[in-house]
Design a protein around this ligand. Structure first.
Ligand SMILES: Nc1ncnc2c1ncn2[C@@H]1O[C@H](COP(=O)(O)OP(=O)(O)OP(=O)(O)O)[C@@H](O)[C@H]1O
Ligand SMILES: [Mg+2]
Length: 350
């Protein structure tokens, strides 16, 4: 059942349109409005599948209605059904984004126009869905690849580094250096190998947050906070997620957002003070990372653009959050710090 919004001041004309539609067996609910306010209210309420609009109305006009519709619901097809429409005006309406126009004295064109508009809308929707699916699959593949690399590094490089450290210690015990300088040098080498081991661990943890898999978002964030504190950061952390685990996709998205926001703070913010908030709200989950560093100008950032592969942090956050139907907000001002917040609706996907 289609929900068709008809912007028409004449009840009789609306009735004629309704009769045509039912003749063509287009199952629909016809909602008639005749003022700007009622039109806007109906669009804001949502659920409209098609808009039919008169071109000339008392106190409102078709082109304004069209631009309002393009703003509020750009994907809903819009057909002018009008008494008079010169050729030039008709072309103008199509240029402005109308899907089609039908003249009232040639109402036999209404059915084919509606059918075509609905078919095209359906096709567009299908394409969008396919694209979204593809994006989701790509992101899944990316995580899968990270997981694979994490295992490789863990089983290869990490084991070798650890063995080298242990062997070196054993060697040093057996052939202890006799001079002070020899001992100092050995300590330095041991230190190097030790930091290779801890670097490797850090790489693995970044690639595959095992704590996230095993213990959930709150625990994984707590570990990040611990790591930051060790690096000398002062982190205020407020976590109200409750005991129940979130859907896996959502945990991963929020964790990656937090991870990128924290990396950005390390890289750009030039402050040791920050705050992380995690909350389960009514049907939504909210994550915010705020720092008190020197901030940046978001408008200037947009102007700067970036070479491929550069400044993909925020874009990646947007993509992950958007894919789960959520919103990302970034606020920043020079010398006032940066605020990054993600809010994702809690729909059980998996
Ligand atoms: N917390 C912050 N404090 C100050 N500036 C920031 C902060 N976060 C981001 N920025 C600014 O915004 C820019 C874009 O951030 P984004 O994460 O998208 O890219 P990036 O960190 O430069 O590179 P990467 O692709 O490795 O993430 C940064 O280059 C930096 O100038
Ligand atoms: Mg970044």
């Amino acid at each position: 059942m289609l929900r068709i919004l008809i912007l028409e001041d004449s009840p009789l004309d609306a009735e004629l349109v309704g009769a045509r539609l039912s003749e063509g067996e287009i199952g629909c609910e016809l909602v008639r409005v005749q003022s700007r306010d009622a039109f806007a209210a109906a669009l804001e309420e949502g659920g409209v599948d098609l808009i039919l609009a008169d071109y000339v109305l008392p106190g409102f006009d078709g082109l304004s209605a069209l631009s309002l519709a393009k703003e509020l619901c750009p994907s809903v097809p819009f057909i002018f059904v009008s008494g008079t429409l010169g050729e030039e005006v008709a072309i103008e309406t199509l240029k402005s984004g109308a899907t089609d126009y039908v003249l009232k004295h040639r109402l036999e064109r209404l059915l084919p126009a509606v059918r075509r508009a609905m078919r095209e809308a359906e096709e567009r929707w299908e394409r969008e869905r396919a694209l979204q699916n593809l994006e989701k699959r790509l992101l899944g593949a990316k995580e899968e690849e990270r997981r694979r690399v994490a295992y490789e590094v863990h089983d290869g490089l990490a084991q070798v580094a650890l063995a080298a450290h242990q062997n070196l210690q054993a060697f040093a015990r057996r052939y202890a250096p006799e001079t002070e300088q020899g001992r100092r040098e050995l300590d330095r080498i041991l230190g190097q190998v030790r930091s290779t081991v801890s670097d490797t661990r850090r790489v693995i943890a970044n690639l595959r947050p095992t704590a996230l898999d095993d213990l959930g978002l709150a625990a994984a964030i707590a570990l990040e906070v611990e790591r930051l504190s060790e690096e000398g950061y002062h982190v205020a952390c407020e976590e109200h997620l409750g005991d129940e685990r979130l859907p896996r996709e959502m945990e991963l998205a929020l964790f990656r957002v937090a991870q990128e926001a924290l990396t950005n703070i390390r890289k750009h913010a030039d402050t040791k003070w920050l705050k992380i908030e995690l909350r389960r709200l009514d049907g939504e989950v909210y994550l915010a990372v705020r720092d008190f560093g020197h901030g940046f100008d978001p408008a200037a950032l947009e102007m700067l653009g970036g070479k491929p592969g550069e400044r993909i942090g925020f874009a990646g956050m947007r993509e992950r959050v958007g894919m789960l139907g959520g919103d990302l907000e970034i606020q920043s001002r020079a010398e006032a710090g940066t605020f990054v917040a993600a809010i994702i609706p809690l729909i059980r996907t998996a």
